[in-house]
Write a protein that binds this ligand. Structure first.
Ligand SMILES: Cc1cc2nc3c(=O)[nH]c(=O)nc-3n(C[C@H](O)[C@H](O)[C@H](O)COP(=O)(O)OP(=O)(O)OC[C@H]3O[C@@H](n4cnc5c(N)ncnc54)[C@H](O)[C@@H]3O)c2cc1C
Length: 286
């Protein structure tokens, strides 16, 4: 079913909670349909949010950017203003799958799916994105870094739905970057990923930073120690190196066919250093 209003959407989810019948939200379906064909074939009501005005909102306001949970990666990347304001998040969205996948896939679905390797999640954490969540009880906000609570598990209670992401408008000399490493050239899952958002003053000194890492722990992580290594510096090599080391220290990866624990810990530091250098150049307007 495809409710036409947010009220109808949350009422539908609420009815299913009360009756004990299973309902699941679909956005792009690029994770959900794959999972329904392979992992979990049990029947359920699929609730489509692609037809709702609220979840299709993509608005650049004075203080805040709002990206609805049904806005596809392709639509985000066609928006030149969004690309300029949020280069890190847009490059993460642009890494998700292929052109075909991006025509459907959303960063909201990427977040709700809660994969440790979800590319947009560290990028969203870095830019300070906050989840806009609705249920029949009303609306609430939750920072993205608190939304994913485990592998494949998120903080939504039964009957809740993610409506969209609220992102503070970047200020002067503030910019971001996201980098991931995959063993192939494309269409693979990150071995490690890192999102960095930096603000500089007129002299090029870093006044604020957020660094987040992905694919190196059960959930994407905000790394305050990496930000601390950058803030108050002119982002010289020593500061950037220290931020990378802080990311290595925060990582608790697994070994699998894509890389060992040691490899992932090393790669995440390299990505952090490179993403910080790119964000610095962008913040300087270079
Ligand atoms: C070929 C291929 C390549 C891929 N490559 C990548 C990649 O490089 N990087 C990467 O990170 N991912 C990748 N993915 C995974 C997937 O495309 C992304 O995770 C995508 O962003 C999911 O978004 P979606 O809108 O399709 O989510 P959906 O499949 O619609 O939903 C995913 C999950 O989130 C839930 N959900 C969705 N929206 C909401 C909502 N608003 N409120 C509550 N719950 C919700 C659904 O119930 C489901 O459990 C790939 C997938 C495929 C098939």
């Amino acid at each position: 079913m495809a409710p036409a209003t947010v009220d109808a959407l949350v009422a539908t989810l609420d009815e299913h909670v009360k009756s004990g019948e299973r309902a699941q939200v679909i956005s792009g379906g690029t994770d959900l349909l794959v999972q329904m064909r392979s992992i979990d074939k049990t029947p359920r009501t699929i609730v489509d949010i692609k037809k709702l005005a609220e979840t299709n909102r993509c608005e650049i306001g004075a203080d805040e950017i709002y990206i609805g949970a049904a806005v596809s990666s392709a639509l985000m990347n066609e928006n030149a203003e969004l690309r300029k304001l949020l280069p890190g998040l847009l490059e993460a969205a642009d890494l998700i799958g292929s052109t075909q996948i991006q025509g459907r896939a959303t960063i909201g679905g990427n977040l709700c799916n809660a994969s440790p390797a979800g590319d947009s999640i560290p990028a969203m954490i870095a830019v300070g994105a906050v989840c806009d969540i609705a249920s029949s009880a009303g609306q609430r906000s939750l920072p993205v870094e608190e939304f994913v609570v485990g592998v494949g598990r998120n903080a939504l209670a039964p009957g809740e739905v993610l409506l969209g992401l609220k992102i503070p408008m970047p200020g002067a000399r503030q910019s971001s970057a996201y980098l991931r490493f995959i063993p192939r050239t494309e269409m693979d899952i990150a071995v490690a990923g890192c999102g960095v958002d930096l603000t500089l003053d007129e002299k090029g000194v870093c006044t604020a930073a957020r660094v987040a890492i992905g694919a190196v722990a059960p959930t994407a992580l905000l790394v305050p120690a990496a930000a601390d290594a950058l803030i108050g510096t002119s982002l010289d090599d020593a500061a950037i190196h220290a931020a990378g080391e802080a990311c290595t220290a925060a990582a608790s990866p697994i070994s699998d066919k894509r890389g060992t624990v040691e490899y992932r810990k090393k790669v995440v530091a390299v990505l952090a250093r490179r993403a910080a250098a790119i964000a610095k150049q962008r913040a300087l307007g270079a």
